[in-house]
Design a protein. Structure first.
Length: 256
């Protein structure tokens, strides 16, 4: 009796072992290969599904683009709108971002327009929507940012773009204010597609009028004259602000 029990027990153990080995073999053959979307830290990843062969872990720490301000201008017989965005990330930006501006009344969209922009690391981006009907001034404005985009590192850091402005003068005319001066590239870099944005401010620093122009290409240590024409606001102007803007994701930076 004891011998029969041992034989049965051994047979059961062998069968269980065979089943376990078969299931292990089937699992090894059918289990999904390690990937960057399996929720497991494997294949040399530095974190769960990031680092190593996967996207950098830094991408999962990046902050969203922030809408800082929507400002309306009624200087002439149309409505101009300035949208200000802020990229809070010092190392990553977007070479392509769709920005939609909407005019709403009781959640009904009366008007909308889209622009495709870039926004450099750490940049405060100014976007202009011009010549809207004056009747829209009394309605609510809303900005919608594209959700499906890819963060990128620029070809050159923003800190390497350094300009100085000199001989700047403001000339008050009947309907316009003319701002002229010189822009100097302080770095030994040849730059393409340089844009200049200008703001006129009141005594509290609030923007009351804007203008922009293209300065084209700049050689290293080159000095260029510029001229901006502003529509004259009703409020007294106390100061101005000049901003250089260029796409750091494109191949527009050349070392001499």
């Amino acid at each position: 009796m004891n011998w029969r029990f041992k034989k049965r027990f051994t047979t059961i153990l062998v069968i269980i072992l065979i089943i376990l080995l078969f299931n292990l073999y089937r699992y090894i053959k059918t289990r999904p290969a390690p990937s960057c979307f399996d929720g497991i830290q494997n294949q040399g990843e530095l974190g769960v599904d990031c680092g190593g062969p996967c996207p950098p872990c830094r991408l999962f720490e990046l902050k969203e683009i922030k809408v800082v301000e929507i400002k309306k201008f009624v200087i002439r017989n149309v409505l101009d709108v300035l949208v200000v965005l802020l990229n809070q990330n010092p190392d990553y930006g977007l070479n392509r971002l769709k920005v939609k501006l909407m005019v709403k009344k009781d959640d009904i969209v009366l008007w909308q327009a889209e622009k495709i922009i870039y926004i450099n690391p750490g940049q405060k981006k100014y976007i202009f929507f011009e010549n809207l009907p004056l009747s829209y001034e009394k309605f609510d404005f809303e900005v919608e940012l594209e959700k499906n985009f890819s963060w990128q590192k620029p070809l050159i850091l923003p800190s390497r773009i350094d300009f100085e402005f000199s001989n700047v003068s403001l000339k008050d005319e009947e309907k316009f204010i003319i701002l002229e001066g010189e822009a100097f590239n302080k770095r030994n870099l040849n730059l393409n597609n340089i844009n200049l944005i200008g703001f006129l401010q009141d005594e509290y620093g609030s923007i009351e009028s804007f203008s922009y122009t293209s300065l084209g290409s700049f050689k290293g240590f080159e000095n260029k004259k510029f001229k901006l024409i502003f529509f004259k606001p009703k409020i007294k102007i106390s100061n101005y602000k000049l901003i250089i803007d260029t796409n750091l994701f494109e191949q527009n930076v050349i070392n001499p």
